[in-house]
Design a protein around this ligand. Structure first.
Ligand SMILES: *Cc1c(COP(=O)(O)O)cnc(C)c1O
Length: 377
């Protein structure tokens, strides 16, 4: 057996302009690239571990999780997880018993629902009255809280289909009124934009390192109010050091190392969110001139945008490469990240892409439409 296809792994397209929302804010910083090699070996952060990941001082995981991250998120306690979904599972699993009910916004990520299934709890979806055009109206939670007395309410901030940013603070006030634990899924926000847990009135936040914090995943974090620390982070009776919900330790090597190495840059870019958002809004207005229609909140409040693109769909009907023409034409111009075959509508993200490169993207779309204009007749 020739194993070269496993040993000589190459990632084609690595250096092209990538518009895939999953990937734009997960690119490693230069510092993290170096650290990835340095800490690539298995269990590489465990050289000086006394049994608690979050207390390791060399490398400085302790300072990172016990001081820097709680301050960054304005919460009391932070723990490293293997991703946003693991964080949601930990919260659900520790706060509920099988057959309990939780509320989840209709636009929640599938992993959130799978996490609930693994906990054997009931999920009531809070309907999005204006779906999919606008963010969920969080007032819709209130009657359902009264009706179901949920053990937890969860809001996706923002959701990953349209990038709509709901009014998390308003839901914070509702959660407080009914004294119900409130978790924010910040997979698409923490590391991109400011998230202040206490100001939003949330009890929990979860983040995804590989999605929005320039880390090599899987890695994430969970932030919480002190009030829930003992419940959610309960220790094993046989191993009093070990958090049960984390199965003792979560990240055990390169993943936490890259999360730390990228952090200074992440902290800086979050402060620059206004500019990042302006860039997204500018890009939106440019592609709207080409006939794209933004589906979602307007003005948009996030770099993830979903467009209906009738003009490209019309071309695809007559193009000899059918739906794949767009992918091929973009790739020819050094651009990837729109799913092959998609022309009717698609989502993209402008996060971290320079204006100069975005000008190239707009120009590419414009050229592709012009070159195929005859097919629109
Ligand atoms: C991407 C995403 C997730 C999953 O994040 P992981 O860190 O990979 O578990 C969960 N929720 C939302 C809203 C997402 O966009």
């Amino acid at each position: 057996m020739d194993y070269s296809k496993f040993t000589d792994l190459k990632r084609e397209n690595k250096d092209l302009i990538n518009l895939n929302p999953l990937q734009t804010a997960g690119k490693l910083t230069k510092e993290a690239q170096k650290v990835l090699i340095e800490f690539g070996d298995g269990y590489s952060v465990c050289d000086f571990c006394d049994g608690v990941l979050d207390d390791i001082e060399k490398p400085p995981v302790k300072t990172f999780t016990r001081e820097i991250l709680p301050k960054f998120l304005n919460c009391d306690v932070v723990r490293i997880t293997n991703g946003a979904r693991e964080g949601m599972f930990i919260i659900m699993h520790s706060l509920t018993n099988p057959k309990d009910t939780i509320l989840v916004d209709e636009n929640a990520h599938y992993s959130c629902l799978v996490a609930a299934e693994r906990c054997r709890i009931n999920v009531v979806k809070v309907p999005n009255s204006k779906c999919p055009i606008d963010a969920i109206d969080v007032a819709n939670y209130e009657p359902l809280i009264k009706k179901h007395k949920p053990k937890l309410i969860l809001l996706t901030y923002p959701e990953g289909n349209y990038g709509n940013l709901p009014d998390a603070k308003k839901l914070g006030a509702i959660a407080k009124k009914y004294n119900v634990p409130y978790a924010l899924n910040c997979a698409y926000s923490i590391g991109r934009m400011p998230v202040n847990m206490k100001e939003l009135g949330a009890d929990f936040v979860v983040a995804s390192g590989h999605k929005s914090m320039s880390a090599s995943g899987p890695v994430g974090l969970i932030g919480m109010n002190k009030k829930y620390e003992n419940t959610v982070l309960a220790k094993s009776k046989d191993y009093p050091n070990k958090v049960i919900e984390c199965l003792g330790c979560t990240s055990r090597g390169a993943t936490i190392a890259t999360l730390m190495a990228s952090f200074p840059e992440v902290e800086k870019r979050v402060k620059n969110w206004d500019q990042e958002l302006k860039k997204a809004q500018w890009f939106c207005s440019e592609v709207e001139k080409l006939g794209f229609v933004l589906i979602g909140q307007k003005p948009h409040k996030h770099d993830l945008m979903f467009f209906r693109t009738d003009v490209l769909y019309e071309i695809s009907k007559k193009h000899k490469k059918r739906g794949y023409f767009l992918y091929k034409e973009l790739k020819k111009r050094g651009i990837i990240g729109i799913k092959p075959g998609h022309t009717k509508s698609f989502k993209l993200s402008t996060f971290g892409i320079s204006r100069k490169d975005l000008v190239r993207v707009v120009k590419a779309f414009s050229e592709i439409i012009e070159e195929n204009r005859k097919l629109l007749a």
